[in-house]
Design a protein around this ligand. Structure first.
Ligand code: K1U
Ligand code: ZN
Length: 167
């Protein structure tokens, strides 16, 4: 297994739209293992393939406190959304930035697991937030792009300053 470098906002590669996975083969299984290791090490509760510069529809999520309940979503589609909730989100591609985002309160997701089988999941609370955040990444959208233009400009300035300090 390997730790993968995570792209940082506003890297233009974060804007790419991910393609469906046609065959769940050994390469996909190896990528999922590397993504999970990268997410746990970061640490984070989710990671989309886009964030590690792989533009395929693959997401890993683990919102458990014990960090042993990995959810792998391949070719996921949200088929139902209801209600609204506001949650203060973070992102491994936007380190140190947290802000409130409004999203659906409940979602139903159709996806394939690592075994290639089709599944349907009903999610609410943090899991629903995380699924929507990660599926946004696969569409080339980072959570800060759901904030006002003023906030986005401030965030870009803050990240540019951080990058200078660490250079
Ligand atoms: O997609 C990502 O960059 C991962 C992101 C997922 C996420 C967090 C919060 C709301 C929506 C989506 C993160 O994991 S940021 C780090 C984080 O939230 C966290 C890290 C360790 C423990 C608990 C939370
Ligand atoms: Zn993110």
């Amino acid at each position: 297994m390997a730790l993968l470098p995570i792209l940082r906002f506003p890297d233009s590669r974060l804007k790419k739209v991910a393609a469906p996975v046609e065959k769940i083969d050994a390469d996909v299984r190896a990528l999922v293992a590397d993504m999970a290791e990268t997410m746990y090490e970061a640490p984070g509760i989710g990671l989309a393939a886009t964030q590690v510069d792989v533009h395929r529809q693959i997401v890993v999520i683990d919102i458990s406190e014990s960090r042993d309940d990995l959810l792998v979503l391949i070719n996921a589609r949200i088929t139902r959304k209801s209600g609204t909730q506001v949650y203060e989100e973070g992102c491994l591609s936007v380190p140190g930035i947290y802000d409130k985002v409004e999203r659906a309160a409940e979602v139903t997701v159709d996806y394939q697991g690592l075994d290639g089988q089709s599944h349907t999941l009903d999610a609410d609370g943090l899991l629903a937030v995380c699924i929507q955040h990660e599926l946004d990444h696969l569409q080339g959208k980072v959570f800060v792009e759901r904030l006002s233009q003023l906030k986005q400009t401030r965030i870009k300035t803050k990240l540019a300053k951080q990058a200078k300090i660490t250079a």
